[in-house]
Design a protein around this ligand. Structure first.
Ligand SMILES: [Zn+2]
Length: 136
């Protein structure tokens, strides 16, 4: 899971803790890092959701820790793939992605058969978080 850095070296995808306002730790945020120049880029597909989360915290947040892998499905998939190996391998990520998508689709079928619109909406949001990675 790599992309090219502007310095010409490759950036490696990992899960990192992003500290906001020196008080709030957002853990397991997918970030591309370059070991040569030290540049960090939050993964494109989750940028908007990290921003929204920070916006919700307001300007004077209470100290806390937020597990981003529970907020965002893509972070969750990477988190599970990392549990299988020391670094992120595309094949583990693809497998974790497929498993999670199938789980969510199963839940969606249950929600649908129950006619639970709120649950269906939530699951649709979660499924869209998994397809957002293809946009980047
Ligand atoms: Zn670089």
């Amino acid at each position: 899971m790599r992309k090219l850095c502007s310095c010409g070296d490759s950036m490696k995808l990992a899960l990192r803790t992003v500290v906001f306002a020196k008080k709030v730790n957002i853990t397991n945020v997918p970030v591309y890092s370059c070991s040569l120049c030290g540049r960090n880029d939050v993964f494109h597909g989750v940028k908007e959701d990290v921003g929204r989360l920070v916006g919700e915290l307001g300007t004077r947040p209470a100290p806390r820790s937020i597990p981003f892998e529970e907020v965002h499905e893509w972070a969750g998939v990477l988190f599970r793939a990392l549990a299988q190996a020391e670094s992120l391998q595309a094949s583990d990520v693809a497998k974790a992605m497929e498993e999670r998508t199938n789980q969510l689709l199963d839940l969606w079928l249950i929600a649908s058969s129950l006619g639970d619109e709120t649950w269906k909406m939530e699951l649709q949001t979660r499924l869209s978080q998994l397809s957002a990675q293809y946009i980047s």
